[in-house]
Design a protein around this ligand. Structure first.
Ligand SMILES: NC(=O)c1ccc[n+]([C@@H]2O[C@H](COP(=O)([O-])OP(=O)(O)OC[C@H]3O[C@@H](n4cnc5c(N)ncnc54)[C@H](OP(=O)(O)O)[C@@H]3O)[C@@H](O)[C@H]2O)c1
Length: 264
């Protein structure tokens, strides 16, 4: 694929990446010439995804991990550094936390959500920084959610904890600027993944409708009239990681088809 972003040979680790948004990012960056390490819990799905990337000519590797478990995110980064011989870009896509309204949840759900959304990211970033310092055009990309800007009913833990990822993006961008490491965030709207189909099927059960009807209704909420494709997150990430984005750091960029309401 000709993408002219200058990503050839870049060493990239992407979390939550055997499917969905993470896989979309891994695919685009890989097809732009980056070498990629991906991960997920399910071994078969992970192997299938590595093979899919390799069949498109991407130099891809993977390791199974469960980010709910302490130190697994750090182990993932160590694996990536070993496989790639260093690291230029870390993309932290947080695993999905448990859903539910505040009163549906207990402290165990909050602890797990903190682990998945925040702590595993901090762990990966601490592990990555010494390697990024020696990297080529190094950067960190964090993906978040519209819940980081505005609480969303039914996803209490995301609404409370994801804003921390935006603060982290700006804080790290400032602290790491003199090390030459850029840090940016991407805010997905509706992106057509297994996770979005799962949300549609929950809504269908509640409303007594079909999954297709719910997906249609969700897409109708988007000013562009459709959900995004994971590759559209991929192109945004590829640009941010590339030398073309050399003066962009601390940016929080919506990839929402204009569904976001914030003008911040
Ligand atoms: N899709 C959207 O419209 C949308 C919008 C806003 C925010 N988001 C957020 O973006 C993130 C990714 O969503 P997605 O739609 O790409 O989800 P997805 O299609 O379900 O893919 C999730 C990926 O993460 C892996 N994963 C899940 N739990 C994990 C864990 N504990 N440890 C390691 N890997 C894990 C999955 O593999 P295994 O299942 O095999 O582990 C899979 O590779 C989530 O935080 C989601 O809430 C998504």
């Amino acid at each position: 694929m000709a993408c002219s972003l200058g990503l050839e040979g870049f060493r990239v680790a992407v979390t939550s990446s055997s499917a969905g948004i993470g896989f979309g990012i891994a695919s685009v960056m890989g097809e732009c010439g980056a070498r990629i390490v991906i991960t997920g819990r399910n071994k078969e799905r992970l192997e299938e995804s590595i093979n899919k990337l390799r069949s498109r000519g991407v130099k891809a590797y993977g390791v199974r991990s469960d980010f709910a478990v302490e130190r697994e995110a750090a182990r993932f980064v160590r694996f990536a550094v070993e496989k790639l011989g260093g690291l230029d870009t870390l993309v932290f896509v947080p695993p999905q936390p448990p859903g539910g309204r505040f009163l549906d949840l207990d402290m165990d759900s909050w602890r797990l959500s903190y682990r998945l959304l925040v702590e595993s990211g901090l762990e990966a970033i601490y592990e990555a920084i010494p390697h990024l310092r020696k990297g080529r055009n190094p950067s960190i990309i964090i993906t978040t959610s519209l819940a980081a800007w505005e609480p969303i009913a039914g996803i209490a833990t995301s609404s409370v904890l994801r804003p921390a990822l935006h603060s982290l993006t700006v804080l790290l961008a400032r602290e790491l600027a003199r090390d030459g490491i850029r840090v940016n965030a991407l805010v997905p709207g509706y992106i057509m993944t297994d996770r979005l189909r799962e949300v549609a099927s929950i809504r269908a059960r509640i409303h007594g409708t079909s999954v297709e009807e719910e997906l249609k209704a969700m897409e109708a909420e988007v000013p562009m009239g459709r959900a995004g494709d994971p590759s559209e997150m991929g192109w945004a990430a590829a640009f941010l990681a590339s030398p073309k984005a050399s003066y962009i750091t601390g940016a929080i960029i919506p990839v929402t088809g204009a569904r976001h309401v914030s003008v911040r």
